[in-house]
Design a protein around this ligand. Structure first.
Ligand SMILES: *[C@@H]1O[C@H](CO)[C@@H](O)[C@H](O)[C@H]1NC(C)=O
Ligand SMILES: [Ca+2]
Length: 219
C-alpha cells in the first residue's frame, strides 16, 4: 500500500507541479478574480466515502456566490461541494443534492467551517466558528465516489474543469482537512490539521494560475 502511494506521488511529481508540504501556519491566497487560479488537492488515499468530515478556514469579502471546496468525480458534478450562495448562506452538496445552512452574517471576519456527513442516516451536520448550525438529511445510503478532482478556488462543472469566473473564490483559504469518517465536530477544534485524506501538515497539491502561499493572517 505504501509503495503504491509513493508510486502514485512520484508519477504525479514527474508529470507536473505537484508538491507535498507542511502548510502549518500558511494560507493559499487567491489574490485576483479569475477562472484560471486554483489549487488541486490530492488525497493521501483514494477511496469512496460512506462518511466524511470536512473542515476549512477562509476569508473573503465577496458578496456574490463562490465555491470554497469542489469535489467532482468523472460521473458526478458536485459530489461534495461547499458553496456560499450569499453572505451567511452555506450550500452543502453531497451527490449533487443540497442541504442549506444559514448563519447570521458576520462580514469581514474569517470563517471556520466544519461539516460532516454519514451515509447510514444521511445526516449532514454543519458548524460555523465552533457553533452548530444544525443537522439536515440528504443522500441517505449514498456512497461518494473516490476517484475525484478536489479543487479550491474554482467551482467545477466537469471533472477538473468548466470553471465560472462568477463562482470563483477571491481571498484566502487555510487549514483544509478531510477525514474518511465522522469526527465529533465539538472536538474538531484542535485537530484542523489532521485529516487522514487531506492533511494540512503534509498537503499534496498542485497550484495553477495566480495563487500565492503566505503565512496566514488569522488564527
Ligand atoms: C460509516 O459510519 C457508520 C456509522 O454511522 C459505520 O457503521 C460504517 O461502517 C462507516 N463506513 C465506513 C466505510 O467506514
Ligand atoms: Ca458544479
Amino acid at each position: 500500500m505504501k509503495k503504491l502511494i509513493v508510486g502514485t506521488l512520484l508519477l504525479a511529481v514527474l508529470s507536473g507541479g505537484v508538491s507535498q508540504s507542511d502548510m502549518k501556519g500558511k494560507a493559499f491566497i487567491f489574490p485576483q478574480e479569475s477562472s484560471t487560479a486554483y489549487v488541486s488537492l490530492i488525497p493521501q488515499v483514494k477511496k469512496s466515502l460512506q462518511n466524511f468530515t470536512l473542515c476549512l478556514k477562509a476569508f473573503t469579502d465577496l458578496t456574490r456566490p463562490y465555491s470554497l471546496f469542489s469535489y467532482n468525480t468523472r460521473t458526478k458534478d458536485n459530489e461534495i461541494l461547499l458553496f456560499v450562495e450569499k453572505v451567511g448562506e452555506y450550500m452543502f452538496y453531497v451527490g449533487n443534492t443540497v442541504a442549506i445552512f444559514k448563519a447570521s452574517p458576520n462580514p469581514n471576519a474569517p470563517i471556520h467551517v466544519c461539516m460532516s456527513w454519514e451515509s447510514a442516516s444521511g445526516i449532514a451536520e454543519f458548524w460555523l466558528d465552533g457553533k452548530p448550525l444544525g443537522r439536515k438529511g440528504l443522500k441517505r445510503g449514498y456512497t461518494v465516489g473516490g476517484d475525484a478532482k478536489i479543487i479550491l478556488g474554482q467551482e467545477q462543472d466537469s471533472f477538473g474543469g468548466h470553471f465560472d469566473v462568477k463562482q470563483s473564490f477571491l481571498g484566502e483559504i487555510w487549514e483544509v482537512s478531510l477525514w474518511d469518517h465522522v469526527v465529533p465536530l465539538e472536538e474538531v477544534h484542535d485537530r484542523c490539521y489532521s485529516g487522514n485524506l487531506i492533511n494540512w501538515r503534509s498537503l499534496i497539491y498542485e497550484d495553477n494560475g495566480y495563487v500565492v502561499t503566505k503565512p496566514k493572517l488569522w488564527a
